[in-house]
Design a protein around this ligand. Structure first.
Ligand code: AHN
Ligand code: ZN
Length: 335
């Protein structure tokens, strides 16, 4: 049975066809612009669930590329993402780190509504650093990496859980990049090399030169880096402002709409030139920003950065919640 709406629309079509056949003096009546239907509110981001995803990663042990824990965690992530309805593409390659050592890389890209042209890219690294070069003890031991990069990975896995039951208006790609954090420890090569920038973000560098889909494009990208520290605050990162100020402002507005404007500071206080978003901006021209915690006391990264204190005890559920709800606000209001 055609609905009443269909009948009215059908009648309108017949009337307008009649009007069109009638060539002379019929006045043209323009309809008021149809307003876009109101979108349902974003699904509720669950910080407890995101936290559980962080705890699960940490329980595998340090996710150092080439290790058994790294392989097991990657397998678990892929299985989870598939269970949430994603189309998953993996990239396996061998990359060379600063020391000349070759390590296996595993990038994981999970896509929802892959047929859609209009897409959002959300990304984070998922490997953890094999040493604690910012610590004063056990500097050659791997760190738990609960915040770096368990936090961003946990938040995006929770976004994946929501994508399973709430398709947004646009396609979404979650890019979990590998071998981000095997960059040269300060001075390790005696300052002989031209630049240490290229020794970081090897998985993202690989992907920007070999996208998982030829000619890959997204409207914009959001990188999450160290979003789980206690009382984390996020100034507008400098390179994000240089490359994608409009996206920064969109996301910061979404944070306010989601009730977390207090953590998203309106000023720029830091420039993080060595991070995944820079390569995505420069190599793929996808305007991309970095949501990265800033330590208001030291002016740098969170105090646990590349130390053994980067463990589960120093993860703040409220920080995960603030960032996750903000990202959800962006994803489910984009049309
Ligand atoms: C440096 O470590 C030099 N830049 C930030 C990239 C990074 C490493 N983020 C987390 N770990
Ligand atoms: Zn790191």
């Amino acid at each position: 049975m055609p609905s009443l709406l269909h009948r009215i629309l059908g009648l309108g079509l017949v009337l307008s066809l009649l009007a069109a056949c009638h060539t002379d003096t019929t006045p043209v009546v323009t309809q008021p612009e149809a307003t876009a239907p109101v979108l349902p509110p974003p699904p509720l981001f669950n910080g407890d669930s995101a936290y559980a995803f962080v705890a699960k990663q940490v329980a595998f042990g340090p996710r150092v590329p080439g290790s058994a824990a790294h392989k097991a965690c990657g397998d678990w992530m892929v299985e989870k993402l598939k269970s949430y309805g994603a189309t998953v593409i993996e990239q396996h390659a061998e990359v060379t780190i600063y020391s000349g050592q070759k390590v296996p890389m595993r990038n994981i890209i999970a896509s929802w509504q892959p047929e859609k042209k209009d897409r959002i890219l959300l990304f984070t690294h998922w490997d953890s650093r094999p040493f604690a070069d910012q610590d004063s003890v056990r500097r050659n031991d791997p760190i738990d990496g609960a915040n770096d990069a368990g936090s961003g990975t946990g938040v995006l896995l929770e976004i994946a859980r929501l994508l399973a039951s709430h398709p947004p208006q646009v396609g979404v790609d979650l890019f979990f990049n590998d071998v981000e954090d095997m960059g040269e420890p300060e001075g390790a090569l005696g300052g002989q090399q031209q630049s240490t920038v290229d020794t970081w973000c090897l998985g993202t560098q690989y992907w920007t030169k070999n996208p998982h889909v030829p000619g890959y494009k997204a409207r914009f990208g959001i990188l999450l880096d160290m979003v789980g520290s206690k009382d984390a605050v996020f100034p507008k990162e400098g390179y994000s402002m240089r490359y994608a100020a409009g996206i920064v402002n969109k996301v910061w507005k979404a944070a306010a709409a989601a009730g977390h404007g207090d953590r998203f500071l309106s000023e720029t206080r830091n420039f993080v030139g060595v991070d995944d978003h820079v390569f995505v901006n420069e190599n793929l021209n996808i305007p991309s920003i970095d949501i990265i915690a800033y330590n208001p006391v030291t002016g740098g990264f969170p105090s646990t950065w590349h130390t053994h204190a980067d463990n589960l005890a120093n993860i703040d559920k409220e920080s995960l919640q603030a960032v996750g709800a903000t990202v959800a606000q962006v994803v489910w209001t984009e049309r």
